[in-house]
Design a protein around this ligand. Structure first.
Ligand SMILES: [Zn+2]
Length: 245
């Protein structure tokens, strides 16, 4: 997530807000910037403006873009509804399939898929316990899949020596990260996605060991190891909100 160096930030409920169909709060962030920009989060509009922007300038900007804001706010609230809730009878979007979560009694904790069901088996399962079990399941899958494949691809590209560590971590909004010290980080929630998507994420971070930016050279390298990456990026954009729990 990008950080914001807002010098002043305040919440207000502007008059034009009432005309919108989705309830939302609005935050104006002032910083050393030249243009005005809008960011929409679930139930929240963020307006980034230059330090000297007047109140009417900000309101005009929002007013002019209200159709787009409305559309984005309802998209965000629809996405919020689709977030994963680990409860018996709920839906889970696992490997691009809609499955029904089924809590099953059993002495041995296990997770498996059967037909259209995603079965979480355990002793005296509660949603909290099931969540923990799902977390362990995904972390285990990630360590068996992502770690060796990231190393293997780095070896193929001749940069395995640049890897100092591979971390698996659930972050707020990111799928992966690569530092100049050679630390690769992957969000284990990606194990809910199809393998083609996971492979793209693995390739993306490994390619950063060679190019630390998102330059043309970087994307050419990604393309050489994952030619369908554009399709996978689109897929992720459309579905990634369903993986967070
Ligand atoms: Zn990147």
């Amino acid at each position: 997530m990008s950080s914001c160096n807002a010098l002043t930030s305040r919440q207000f409920a502007p008059a034009w807000g009432r005309a919108m169909s989705e309830p939302f709060s609005c935050e104006v962030q002032r910083s050393k910037r030249k243009t005005l920009a809008l960011y929409v989060k679930p139930g929240k509009l963020i307006v980034r403006v230059p330090l000297d922007a007047s109140k009417s300038e900000v309101e005009d900007f929002v007013h002019t873009n209200r159709a787009w804001i409305e559309k984005r706010l309802s998209e965000e609230s629809a996405r919020q509804q689709e977030r994963l809730v680990v409860e018996d009878g709920r839906q889970i979007f696992y490997r691009a399939r809609e499955l029904e979560i089924v809590f099953r009694k059993g002495a041995k904790p296990r997770i498996m898929t059967e037909g259209g069901q995603f079965i979480i088996q355990g002793h005296r399962l509660t949603p909290a316990k099931a969540r923990e079990q799902l977390e362990d399941f995904l972390i285990d899958k990630a360590s068996h899949y992502i770690l060796p494949r990231a190393r293997g691809l780095a070896r193929y590209l001749g940069v395995e020596h640049k890897i100092s560590e591979i971390k698996l971590r659930k972050t707020k909004s990111k799928w992966g990260h690569c530092t100049s010290q050679g630390v690769l980080q992957y969000n284990w929630l990606i194990m809910l996605a199809p393998y083609s998507i996971i492979d793209y994420m693995i390739a993306h971070e490994v390619c950063h060991l060679i190019h630390m930016d998102h330059s043309k050279r970087f994307w050419l390298l990604v393309n050489s190891v994952c030619p369908e990456h554009e399709q996978y990026i689109r897929w992720l954009k459309e579905h990634e909100h369903r993986f967070w729990f």
